[in-house]
Design a binder for this molecule. Structure first.
Ligand SMILES: [Zn+2]
Length: 274
């Protein structure tokens, strides 16, 4: 099973906003998304990264434009999701599954590009989202205009999946394809319903831990940023226990990857690949 990550965009942030005790110098963060070539499920996307739908499309809502003006993501044309799929001889219609780790704009921006895809996501978080007003959702960092109109019909909720038990420092979770190759692991703290993906069969088991932290060094050196980053967290108090679980996984020999860490990994396009 091949696993590749690509960088949809760059976003700059002062280091001290994302690393406790960091400097004012600006760090250029990646905005990753993944592509899994699964032997049975076929090509599966892990989020979509930023695409023009969230960042440059003229008809965007006022709040989405404001969000873009504040964060100023720079789209990375060469590694946008459609050209990356083309490198693998894949068209948008070939994508039957998009795993949606959480509902922030840099993860759901391109969902509308995949008309044949089912969406594996937290159905519990989706139910909570539907119960909120548009303004309440904005406070959770969710721009509902980015969801395809038929998202719910195409939702394949995590709650229907078989659970895998944790063992020896390796977390448990929902077995997404029924073969134990991709396990959704709950990662409370950053966003409502956020989960990561455990690939237990790699030589070194990999846990894609999405947005638990921005930087791997914040995890390893226990430097979770406080205020004002804490304002952006869904449940700030949950970030520490989630980080402890990730450090235990690292200590047990696992590999942790984040969406935004700038350092290239072996799974990034152009790396040695998996
Ligand atoms: Zn996020």
């Amino acid at each position: 099973m091949k696993i590749v990550f690509a960088n949809s965009a760059w976003v700059s942030a002062a280091e001290r906003l994302i690393l406790r005790g960091g400097s004012w110098k600006s760090v250029r963060l990646r905005v990753r998304y993944g592509l899994i070539l699964h032997p049975v499920a076929g090509p599966v996307l892990v989020d979509t990264g930023y695409t023009p739908e969230a960042v440059t499309r003229p008809g965007r809502g006022t709040m989405l434009r404001l969000y873009g003006a504040l964060l100023r993501p720079e789209l990375n044309a060469a590694e946008q999701v459609l050209p990356v799929l083309a490198r693998f001889d894949l068209a948008p219609g070939d994508i039957r599954v998009v795993i949606v780790t959480h509902f922030h704009a840099d993860h759901i921006s391109g969902l509308s590009l995949f008309p044949n895809a089912r969406f594996i996501a937290s159905d519990a978080a989706w139910a909570r989202l539907k119960a909120r007003t548009a303004w309440q959702n904005l406070r959770h960092g969710v721009f509902t205009e980015l969801f395809p109109a038929d998202f719910e019909r195409r939702l394949d909720g995590l709650s229907s999946k078989q659970q895998v038990a944790p063992h020896d420092g390796v977390p448990g979770g929902a077995d997404l394809f029924g073969d134990g190759s991709v396990v959704a692991v709950d990662l409370p703290g950053h966003a409502d319903g956020q989960f990561g993906l455990l690939f237990p069969d790699r030589k070194r088991p990999l846990l894609y831990a999405v947005d638990v932290q921005w930087l791997l060094s914040a995890l390893k050196e226990e430097r979770t940023p406080g205020f004002p980053a804490s304002l952006l967290a869904e449940d700030f108090a949950a970030i520490e226990p989630t980080s402890v679980m990730l450090r235990r996984f690292l200590a047990a020999g696992g590999e942790v990857m984040f969406c935004h860490d700038p350092a290239p990994t072996q799974y990034d396009l152009g790396g040695e690949g998996g």
